[in-house]
Design a protein around this ligand. Structure first.
Ligand code: PLP
Length: 388
């Protein structure tokens, strides 16, 4: 696919997997549902030996993932958490990592309750504040792990600045790009070393699979990660690899619609008398708005907001008809969650409250439905909750 003329992202996405199977000309990559592959003779291989090491369907996905993230290599895993787990053995005990203080609850749990047992040291730092990041760098620091926008408070880190800071101390930067995807933000172009995705979310886009991606700039680092992927074995199966490729084809048009809906809903929520605060980086008053304009091509479709009265939360959740009360995000179906009990329940209450994940906070993942239906649903739930 790589010609002299650089292809548009939409073109790469729409045509992902096409021509992979040149023998049959299949437009859709076949699902190579085979654990193992026979060898033509001793000392010879078709290039495929065993599906944990390499499976053709997963390979087509990994090539696409690398291409869209401007990476040299990408790897597919059975979940976003499997992806993160599979790169952490790049570090050793007593190595220190600086991690965004507001981040996906499962990532926090992995550092806090699993890798802490192997003495991986972590500092949770507001990475939107570079001075704080620099203050926390010590002689054992090896990496900075950033989410931007953060989950769920939508804080924005200046990726170029943090990557430059990291380079000056010889640290690696790892960016969880789940919320924006390469359609809106390309961390490797901004200097990051590793990009992570929960592909369960926007990349898959249909709430029908769980998957993870790691994309890496440097080929040498790619070889280490390939070794870890095969050694740990948390790979994505061929069926889900196929489903993810299928989802990727429409990433651009899904995100355009989701973002358009989100902008409208964020503006509407912002003016609603029962809403205290809206966290959406596409609102000009959002503290990260200028940085978003500089480093991203869109604002995404995740909105968090606080209601004025916490007693409204259960009422609103019960009264929504269309928007589903469910964990996860990024799919074509709109979902709403209550982070302090669900996605971020493993973060101690005190820490949660300190960073702003309060009992008034709701997180909305805006889908591709008709926006007037979504607003009608929210309006009815808020009004109905108030009058109860
Ligand atoms: C969901 C999520 C993860 C974890 O991914 P899974 O696919 O659920 O394992 C990691 N980071 C972010 C930002 C997420 O939203």
């Amino acid at each position: 696919m790589r010609e002299e003329k650089e292809l548009k992202l939409d073109t790469i996405l729409a045509r992902c997997g096409v021509n992979f199977d040149s023998k049959t000309g299949a437009i859709s990559v076949p699902v190579y549902q085979s654990a193992t592959f026979s060898h033509p003779s001793k000392g010879e291989s078709t290039g495929y030996d065993y599906s944990r090491s390499l499976n053709p369907t997963r390979e087509a996905l990994e090539k696409t993932a690398a291409e869209i993230e401007n990476a040299s290599r990408a790897f597919a895993y059975s979940s976003g958490m499997a992806a993160i787990t599979s790169i952490l053995p790049l570090f050793r005990s007593n190595d220190h990592i600086i991690v965004s203080d507001d981040l996906y609850g499962g990532t926090y749990r992995l550092f806090d309750q699993v890798f802490s047992q192997f003495d991986l040291r972590v500092s949770y730092v507001p990475t939107d504040n570079l001075e704080e990041v620099e203050k926390n760098i010590n002689k054992n620091t090896r990496a900075i792990f950033v989410e931007t926008p953060t989950n769920p408070l939508m804080k924005i880190t200046d990726l170029k600045a943090v990557n430059e800071l990291a380079k000056s101390y010889d640290l690696m930067t790892i960016v969880d790009n789940t919320f924006l995807t390469p359609y809106f933000q390309k961390p490797i172009q901004l200097g990051a070393d590793i990009v992570i995705h929960s592909a369960t979310k926007y990349l898959g886009g249909h709430n029908d699979l769980v998957a993870g991606i790691v994309a890496v700039k440097d080929e040498k680092l790619g070889e280490k990660i390939e070794f870890l992927q095969n050694s740990i074995g948390a790979v994505l199966g061929p069926q889900d690899s196929w489903l993810l490729l299928r989802g990727l084809k429409t990433l651009g048009i899904r995100l355009d619609r989701q973002e358009q809906n989100a902008k409208e809903i964020a503006g509407w929520l912002d003016k609603h008398p029962l809403i205290e605060k809206v966290f959406y980086p596409g609102l000009p008053e959002h503290p990260g708005y200028e940085i978003m304009n500089k480093q991203a091509q869109g604002y995404g479709a995740m909105i968090s907001f606080t209601v004025k009265d916490r007693s409204l939360v259960p009422k609103v959740l019960n009264k929504l008809n269309l928007i589903s009360f469910a964990e996860s995000l990024g799919g074509v179906e709109s979902l709403i969650t209550f982070p302090s009990e669900q996605t971020h329940g493993d973060i101690p209450k005190e820490t949660r409250e300190k960073i702003g994940i309060t009992d008034e906070l709701l997180r909305l993942s805006v889908g591709i439905e008709g926006v007037s239906d979504l607003i009608y649903d929210l309006e009815k739930a808020l009004e109905g909750g108030k009058n109860q």
